[in-house]
Design a protein around this ligand. Structure first.
Ligand code: GLN
Length: 197
């Protein structure tokens, strides 16, 4: 299993360390060719406006959309979740539009903007540690999107098919359960794509 990580800014190294501790191979993605042979890609936190501009300049914007449409798994955390959302507010900006949801950038306000919380999730029995750093609020999700965890009553971990998004930073904790879930997702879509028809 090989997972690419968009490596232009933010905490891509923490994602790589987490994935390797779970037995996956990782690759830093800065050019379209870096995506070759990847079963999945992680879009890490950072500043979504800067990342969006980079993706467009490098041709990665279209390449990632194509990768996802062909069954490649995509996991966006925080700014990465903003890039995946079909609709972005505060302010409005373009996005990959791979998940039918509306996000409000920096939505948790000043006090709640950056802190650690423990929340119930569908991934495991124990509460899931969530590190928020000026994360977005997922205001609404379309039909068919599964909400795996909430924070402050709003979806914080959501998925549909091969696409997963978190408004928090699982790579900054010692808890590998979200990444483990992503690896399963990437594995099942690889298996499905290689099934004889
Ligand atoms: N506030 C950032 C944005 O709107 C996201 C913050 C993060 O990724 N930690 O793009």
């Amino acid at each position: 299993m090989k997972i690419g990580i968009l490596a232009i800014q933010g905490d891509f190294a923490a994602h790589a360390a987490m994935l390797r501790s779970l037995g996956a191979e990782t690759a830093e993605v800065r050019r379209v060719k870096d995506l070759a042979d990847c079963d999945g890609i992680i879009l890490p936190g950072g500043e979504s406006t800067t990342q969006l501009q980079f993706l467009k300049e490098e041709g990665l914007f279209e390449a990632i959309r194509k990768f996802a449409k062909q069954g490649g798994a995509v996991f966006g955390t925080c700014a990465g979740a903003i890039l995946l959302a079909a609709r972005v507010k505060n302010p409005e900006q373009d996005s990959l539009g791979l998940l039918d949801m509306t996000v409000l950038r920096n939505g948790y306000g000043r006090q709640l903007a950056s802190d650690v919380f423990f929340e119930v999730s569908k991934l495991k029995k124990e509460p899931l540690e969530m590190v928020f750093i000026r994360g977005p609020i997922i205001e609404e999700v379309g039909k068919g999107i599964e909400v795996l965890a909430l924070h402050e009553g709003k979806p914080a971990l959501v998925e549909k098919g091969n696409i997963l998004a978190a408004t928090f930073h699982p790579e900054l904790t010692d808890d590998g359960s979200v990444h483990e879930h992503f690896l399963k997702l990437a594995g099942s879509h690889v298996a499905a794509a290689s099934q004889p028809r």
